[in-house]
Design a protein around this ligand. Structure first.
Ligand SMILES: [Zn+2]
Length: 410
């Protein structure tokens, strides 16, 4: 493909990636307002339903502004050839190609992060604040930013260095070599997430002895799932929203419950939530999820290999000769539609897994307490109750609440 046609293709893909989510959000937000479903009568009233609709509208409006901003900026960069100009400017310093590539991405990262800062601030301190979710202080907000910078510099910078080095020195073989590195990295992060990364941002304390702990361990023993580590995470430091998750493989597996979850639910419901999480483990969902991600990264790298040495892509973005960083930028744009399709597949798998984990909890503990827990969690976090099926199909990694309740309570 010639460089001019490639420029048009990039613009087309950019418009596509901007419009499709907007259309889905429009379908969702223009769903007619409905009655409170009888199954939620004890938890929800008309006013709460309106509030959840308003919360969703505010979020969509905000997303509309941020994505329009990014869209326009990218469009200007492509049509004006600014990516190419930056690349030529950096090349003028006379560093080696590898160092120049690193500088290019370092600059892109810093600039895009600075530009997104006011948006992050608004989302946390205006929207989340308005609906009573925000528990973050300015101090925590900025120290989180600093820590995230440090982590990206050390971990992201290290990975980027290996990645660029392989491209620059191994040529077309880089893709499977970096794939190996990426897989190793994913396994290490998965095993070490709660031990190494989480403590940067949160405090994990072992769940205190008492009724809750006894009941959780009793259930775990019954289903032959030896949990050694149940942790409580201080999620309330940032948000009032509650959650629970599970990480690691083999002996390293850990269950993490948010303190907000512990406060809001009786022991029965907490056991049901644990039962759901154990269901994910027993049904091998974590391994499936990992396998699919590994394959996706492999595909992504293979396809990148088809583009990364193309001179026309560099020219399409305003460069004057073959440039690895420009081609990587071009590839990330071209990958958007495929990534949407893959995301739909991943979400579909994830929704099936959620049903299976719910079913496991129902069989081994009971559907009722899990249903009650889900109602509380959804209503408290103002999750949308009435959903457009297309919006769910594309975006939802969890099935809508009403579908889950139907299966749990029958
Ligand atoms: Zn789940």
């Amino acid at each position: 493909m010639g460089s001019e046609s490639l420029t048009y293709l990039l613009i087309g893909v950019l418009i596509f990636g901007f419009l499709v989510p907007k259309i889905l959000e429009y379908l969702q937000v223009s769903m007619p307002l409905q009655q409170v479903p009888p199954i939620l009568a004890e938890y929800l009233n008309e006013a709460k339903l309106l509030e959840s609709k308003a919360y969703q509208k505010d979020n969509f409006k905000f997303k509309g502004i941020t994505s329009s901003f990014t869209f326009l900026l990218t469009l200007i960069f492509i049509t004006q050839g600014w990516f190419g100009e930056i690349d030529i400017w950096i090349g003028g310093f006379g560093f080696s190609p590898l160092v120049s590539s690193l500088l290019f991405f370092g600059l892109v990262f810093v600039v895009s992060d600075i530009l997104s800062l006011p948006f992050d601030y608004y989302s946390t301190f205006v929207i989340e604040e308005k609906y009573g979710f925000n528990k973050t202080t300015l101090r925590t907000f900025f120290s989180d930013k600093l820590k995230a910078y440090l982590l990206s510099l050390l971990v992201g910078g290290g990975l980027l260095l290996v990645f660029l080095w392989l491209i620059h020195s191994m040529g077309p073989n880089f893709w499977w070599q970096f794939w190996m590195v990426a897989v190793l990295f994913m396994v290490v992060v998965n095993v070490g997430y709660t031990a190494w990364i989480l403590p940067f941002f949160n405090t994990l304390t072992p769940l205190a002895e008492g009724e809750v702990r006894d009941k959780l361990l009793q259930y775990a023993a019954k289903v032959n799932f030896p949990v050694k580590h149940i942790f409580v995470m201080d999620g309330s430091r940032r948000s009032a929203k509650a959650n629970a998750f599970f990480s690691g493989f083999g002996k390293q597996k850990k269950v993490v419950l948010y303190d907000t979850l512990l406060e809001q639910h009786p022991p029965e419901e907490l056991v049901a939530v644990l039962a759901h999480e154990i269901g994910h483990y027993k049904k091998k969902h974590l391994k499936w999820g990992m396998l699919v991600s590994v394959l996706e990264v492999g595909l992504l790298l293979f396809l990148l290999g088809q583009v990364v040495f193309s001179e026309n892509m560099s020219l399409a973005l305003g460069g004057t000769s073959l440039s690895i960083p420009l081609n990587i930028i071009g590839f990330t744009m071209l990958f958007v539609p495929l990534s949407m399709v893959l995301g739909i597949g991943m979400n579909w798998m994830s929704r099936m897994h959620e049903f299976e984990a719910d079913h496991y909890a129902k069989e081994t503990f009971g559907g009722k307490p899990l249903a009650e827990a889900l109602k509380t969690i959804s209503v408290k976090s103002l999750s949308a109750i009435h959903l457009h099926p297309w919006y769910v199909f594309v975006n939802y990694s969890h099935p809508p609440l009403l579908q889950r309740l139907e299966r749990l309570e029958n």
